[in-house]
Design a protein around this ligand. Sequence first.
Ligand code: TYD
Length: 140
Amino acid sequence: MTDINGVRILEFSQLGDARGHLVVAEGGRDIPFNIKRVFYIYGSDQNVVRGKHANRKTEFVLINVAGTSKIKVKDGEGNEAVYHLDRPHIGIYLPTMVWKDMYDFSSDSVLLVLASEHYDADEYIRSYDDFIKEIRNAMQ
Ligand code: TYD
């Protein structure tokens, strides 16, 4: 799979026992940043595409704690990769300045998102053209 600017799959410790499953993801340890914000996405139809943005400041880890979804990541230089989130102990790390689409949600999908920053609408790039321009400017 194409390497997209440090995007990577994370595998968390599974501490389950006879009583059931328990997965741990500690900020600054399993998660490569300190967690300032948590949100979760559920009830999205299978034909919905969410995300469609890049972030100038925020890093994310996405975990399908229930159900499944796919994440398409683009680096703005022509490379893209698709990751399948299909197990509760697997996450995907997304650094800043990658374009991301979340799609193909199963009906039981609960996509947990851990973020390194508080919400700031101004650090979101929601136009793909603007994203490409910022990537090109950064390379000059
Ligand atoms: P949006 O970024 O479009 O969601 P997604 O990444 O799943 O496509 O967010 C939907 C709305 O929620 C939008 O109006 C912004 C708001 N929002 C917040 O106020 N705080 C947050 O932390 C997030 C992620 C979204």
